[in-house]
Every structure is written in structure tokens, then in C-alpha cells.
Design a protein around this ligand. Structure first.
Ligand code: MC0
Length: 148
């Protein structure tokens, strides 16, 4: 793939904390942000709440994903423990149109993707992650919206 066809936008930035509900309330009360969507993803071990500065999401509006671990085995629980329990930015997600083609190109370029095949992400998206070593110290998610 050509560089200009790889990524569409920053879909969301993910904030990891011990209590997603409490963080959502804080964003609503202090910043006027809105809950757009919430779900539990047992495979990823997270409760996650998608939030935006408007009640209605426009197509390219970057969201904040507020997430907390569902259990001690969650990668987010491990991350929080390593961070001495402190909340903080955990990853950012880049939206792609064709995650299979983008993943193939990134692999050709030597990037390490965590999963052989995409897994289920928020709202039925297909997701994968680039290892923080490939992201120069940042965990980067690739996310593709369901095709109609
Ligand atoms: C770990 N590292 C990070 C990091 N997590 N660097 C930047 N950002 C992070 N979030 C670094 C560590 O500092 C360490 O660097 C190295 O990566 C290995 O870390 P570790 O503590 O030994 O942990 P691992 O290797 O067991 O796990 C790290 C890994 C894991 C990224 C592989 O967290 C993972 O599988 N993440 C992908 C799944 C995920 O995060 N799911 C939650 C969101 P040094 O230099 O010390 O070696 S789910 C989601 O977001 C979905 C629902 C969605 O949006 O649709």
C-alpha cells in the first residue's frame, strides 16, 4: 500500500484507570463530554466507555476511550500495576479502511503486530495492535469499522 492509503485518522486515545465509570462522570461533569458507547470486552479484559465532546459523533471526531480492567489478568490491570496504580494514557488507535492490507504492509516494513489475525474491538470493529517497540514507545491500535 502507498503511505497515503494507510491511515484515515486518529480514531481514539485510550485512558486507562481503575474505575471507568468514575472517570466518565468526571469527564461529563467537568468537561461536558458525552458517553457515546460503552461495552465490556472480556477477551481484552476491559470495560470501556467511548466519549466525545459532542452528543452526536461526527465521522472524523476523535474519541477518548475510558477503560478499566475487568479482572487481574487483564493487560490493563498489569499496566496499571506497573504504573503504581496511576491512571494515564495507554494507547492511541489509528482508523484504517482495510486492516488486512494495512497489517500486511506494516509487516513487510518489519513492524511487530500482536495478533496473527484481527480480533473483535469496540462496536464490532476489527482490531490489532502494533507492539510499543514498533510504535517507538507507544502502543498503537489499528481499528477498522464494520463494512456494511
Ligand atoms: C507495555 N509497554 C507499553 C505499554 N504496555 N508501552 C507503551 N504503552 C503501553 N500501553 C511496554 C513496557 O513498558 C515494556 O517496555 C514492554 O512494553 C513490555 O511490557 P510488559 O509490561 O512486559 O507487558 P507485556 O509484554 O506482557 O504486554 C505488553 C503488551 C500488552 C503491549 C504486549 O499490553 C498487550 O497485549 N496489549 C494489547 C491489548 C490491550 O492493550 N488491550 C486493552 C485495550 P520495556 O522497554 O520495559 O521492555 S482493548 C481496546 O482498546 C479495544 C477494546 C478497542 O479499542 O476496541
Amino acid at each position: 500500500m502507498d503511505n497515503e492509503d494507510l491511515f484515515l485518522c486518529i480514531d481514539h486515545v485510550a485512558y486507562a484507570c481503575p474505575d471507568a465509570d468514575a472517570a466518565s462522570k468526571y469527564y461529563q461533569e467537568n468537561f461536558g463530554w458525552h458517553e457515546i458507547h460503552r461495552e465490556e470486552n472480556p477477551e481484552q479484559g476491559v470495560c470501556e466507555i467511548m466519549m466525545a465532546p459532542a452528543a452526536t459523533l461526527s465521522p472524523d471526531m476523535t474519541q477518548v476511550q475510558v477503560m478499566s480492567p475487568l479482572n487481574d489478568e487483564s493487560t490493563v490491570a498489569k499496566w496499571l500495576a506497573k504504573n503504581n496504580g496511576r491512571a494515564g494514557l495507554h494507547h492511541m488507535a489509528w482508523r484504517v479502511d482495510d486492516i488486512d492490507a494495512v497489517s500486511a504492509t506494516l509487516r513487510e516494513r518489519g513492524m511487530k503486530l500482536l495478533y496473527e489475525e484481527p480480533k473483535l474491538g469496540t462496536g464490532g470493529n476489527r482490531i490489532n495492535f502494533m507492539h510499543p517497540k514498533s510504535g517507538q514507545g507507544v502502543l498503537i491500535e489499528l481499528t477498522q469499522y464494520p463494512k456494511n
